[in-house]
Design a protein around this ligand. Structure first.
Ligand code: ADP
Ligand code: MG
Length: 690
């Protein structure tokens, strides 16, 4: 039987109760167990002489109990002194049973594994794992490094080791190899079976550091296959989509021309290029799936408006969707300003809209008298019907994942025809990454800012100079401008973080009594957050203190100063996006990056990048170069589905080969495509069809 459908309960020891808990780790089948990888390893393959132990080491030792005693340190501790002739160490037990106390007596020989630390009387191990050994026998060590697995309450390491042991002994031989042999040879990758065996039970000489970082060839092999599976699924999705029909949009372009001449500016050449690419797609009669990537402020919205003009002139409707109410309102205002004078009707639809107003909007959209509908995801909820929708614009797509993209498209389809989709994102991603993450999309890049923008002046200062920064805020607000003060997440705990932001707001209120200060944070309800953001936008608040929830894309032209605390803890791209909030109006923007001294060389160099360049793509590239893997983009930020083993940043060197292999498999090994996708995406991959 295929191990992908063999339930865990077929393994010994995995009864219904354990199975229920394993489910919490996502482990349902034997294959899931094999793909549940250790995140670190312990070395029990050799004994460490007690005399050479150092604090912080995890080690296996063996020796004879010289002394066993119950001592009182606040409570009863059982302490044994163990010696092996090279030195001695104490074993300390804070909890112990009478039976344990009887066993651990003078003269007994033990083998222990634990972490060494400093205790009141020299080195000690607290609650080591131990087994009694016969003093005359040579103590037995393990043959492999011991895996430590991600676990959960009620699932112990020992159970996980037993389960993986069985899976390796009885099932790994049956696992199907889907990577064609030439690929394995060319990339010098181990087979799937070899890789799994090594990762679960590495030999003593394996490179533990590489393993713990996921860079070992065995893990790279698994990451490669996972990335390949995702890539194949996106390619299949794309092919599938291309087989559908979409409205052919080929108007003369009069409405677009009118729109362009009515604007107070002319398009940058990057905007023109993006719009031309869109125009070409819309003609095809196949659903467009295009992503427009452009830096903050590069003018993506008006490009989307151009696309809408094409659809409307051809006799269709367009929908524009924003991730939040506030952004939806902003778009509604812009689109109305642009289109109403041209005789085009724009309707807004948000979750806020009640009864009559909602009913009216629905009728206009359904009856076709509204040409453009602007709103939040409320646009695609039940009860909303379009009369003739041909184009969906999705703004700030990193809030939406592949799944939402698909759902949207289904909602918007009419008959056998699918609407075109245009997705806009301000998260700059280097090219190879974009090609992988968005393999189902065509990508246009707006790599030019409208002329006349002065770059945001950026300074880096130590938090010790806080008083100066506060004066700067006072001066800016006194001059009638507005400012942001960002307190990013630095505590693990959301409560502590909120406390920090609250304290900061209080301290600023005290220092700046004449200034209207408001606090916005992630714990607030969306409606509450939006109310404060709206007040800020209307100029009723001078200084907005925020955790990192500041709306991406919200335009407050009068805000020209941004202070970011603990800037050294944030990704460069994130800092760049935040900084993009200021300098949208007439006054040149400035940004103060505050750090906690001392600043490491690397951190200093990273922050310097922001001082030196304002180009989001360049910043993303430098960020990638300077930082470790996995830090620049969370999956949340890219809207990308989570990977199980792969890490898109760490493993990015594999991506070109992933793309090449995917092409080759589709051409030469098409029968392997389905099973490889199924293996890695399993039931998640129900989006292969439309
Ligand atoms: P983003 O790409 O971040 O979504 P927006 O579409 O919000 O940027 O545009 C930012 C501002 O720049 C808006 O006020 C918009 O009207 C203006 N803008 C867009 N294109 C141009 C242009 N070619 N020249 C001058 N201003 C422009
Ligand atoms: Mg925008």
């Amino acid at each position: 039987m295929d191990i992908a459908s063999l339930p865990v309960t077929t393994l010994k020891g995995a009864g219904p109760r354990l199975a229920e808990k394993l489910e919490r780790l996502g482990l349902r089948t034997v294959q899931d167990v094999l793909f549940h990888l250790p995140f670190r390893y312990q070395d029990r393959t050799r004994l460490t002489p007690i005399g050479s132990l150092k604090p912080g080491m995890e080690a296996m030792i063996s020796g004879r109990i010289e002394l066993a005693d119950v001592v009182y340190r606040g409570r009863r501790n059982l302490v044994c002194r163990l010696t092996d002739g090279t030195g001695h160490i104490h074993l300390r037990f804070f909890h112990f049973t009478a039976a344990q106390k009887a066993t651990l007596e003078r003269g007994r020989s033990l083998r222990c594994f634990g972490e060494v630390r400093f205790g009141p009387a020299g080195l000690e191990m607290a609650h080591p794992e131990y087994t009694l050994v016969d003093g005359s026998q040579a103590p037995q060590a393990e043959e492999h490094l011991t895996p430590v697995y991600p676990a959960t309450a009620g699932v112990h390491q020992l159970s996980l080791r037993k389960l993986t042991r069985q899976a390796l002994d009885h099932h790994v031989d049956h696992i199907q190899e889907w990577l064609p042999p030439p690929v394995l040879t060319e990339m010098r990758l181990p087979t799937l079976k070899e890789a799994l065996v090594l990762v679960h039970r590495p030999p003593p000489e394996a490179e533990v550091t590489a393993l713990e970082q996921g860079r070992h060839p065995a893990q790279q092999r698994l990451s490669f296959e996972e990335l390949l599976a995702h890539h194949l699924s996106l390619m299949r999705l794309r092919a599938n989509l291309q087989s559908h029909r979409a409205p052919e949009i080929r108007p003369a372009g009069d409405l677009l021309k009118k729109l362009l001449t009515s604007l107070p500016f002319s398009f940058t050449s990057a905007q023109t290029r993006a719009l031309n690419e869109i125009r070409e797609d819309l003609k095809q009669g196949r659903p467009m799936q295009r992503l427009v990537q452009g830096d903050v402020g590069s003018g993506k919205t008006v490009v989307a408006a151009g696309a809408c003009a094409l659809a409307i002139e051809a006799g269709y409707q367009a929908a524009v969707m924003a991730p939040t109410e506030l952004l939806a309102e902003q778009h509604l205002r812009n689109f109305s300003d642009w289109f109403t004078p041209l005789g085009i009707s724009v309707a807004g639809l948000s979750g806020k809209l009640k009864n009559r107003a909602r009913q009216e909007a629905l009728e206009k959209i359904g009856g076709g008298s509204a040409h453009i509908a602007v709103g939040t995801h409320a646009l695609f909820q039940e009860g909303v019907a379009f009369s003739n929708l041909a184009l969906i614009v999705v703004d700030e797509q990193h809030r939406f994942g592949v799944h939402q993209r698909l759902q949207l498209r289904e909602k918007g389809s009419s008959g056998d025809r699918l609407p075109h989709q245009l997705i806009m994102t301000a998260t700059p991603i280097p090219r190879t990454l974009a090609q992988s993450l968005y393999a189902d999309l065509d990508v246009s890049v707006i790599d030019e800012l409208p002329p006349g923008r002065t770059p945001v002046e950026t300074v880096v200062v130590s938090a010790a100079r806080r008083a100066e920064v506060v004066s700067r805020v006072r001066a800016a607000c006194a001059a009638g401008r507005q400012a942001y003060w960002v307190c990013p997440l630095i505590e693990e705990s959301e409560v502590l973080q909120l406390q920090t932001a609250t304290d900061t707001a209080d301290a600023l209120r005290e220092a700046l009594p004449d200034i209207r200060i408001a606090l916005v944070h992630g714990r607030m309800k969306p409606a509450e957050k939006e109310k404060i953001m709206a007040a800020f936008k209307q100029g009723k608040v001078d200084l907005l203190v925020a955790t990192t929830v500041i709306e991406v894309g919200v335009d407050v032209p009068n805000a020209s100063l941004m202070i970011i605390e603990n800037a050294e803890r944030l990704g460069l791209s994130q800092l760049h996006q935040l900084r993009g909030r200021v300098g949208r109006g007439a006054t040149a923007g400035s940004c103060v990056l505050m750090y906690q001294a001392p600043l490491s060389e690397l951190a200093r160099a990273r922050l310097a990048v922001l001082r030196e360049t304002g180009d989001g793509f360049e910043i993303a590239r430098r960020d990638l170069e300077m930082r470790g893997p996995g830090e620049m983009l969370g999956t949340r930020q890219t809207g990308m589905q989570e990977f199980h083993i792969a890490d898109i940043m760490r493993d990015r060197a594999l991506l070109p080969q992933v793309q090449k292999t995917a092409q080759m498999m589709l051409a030469d090994f098409p029968q392997h495509v389905e099973p490889i996708i199924r293996r890695w995406l399993g039931r998640k991959e129900d989006y292969g069809g439309v």
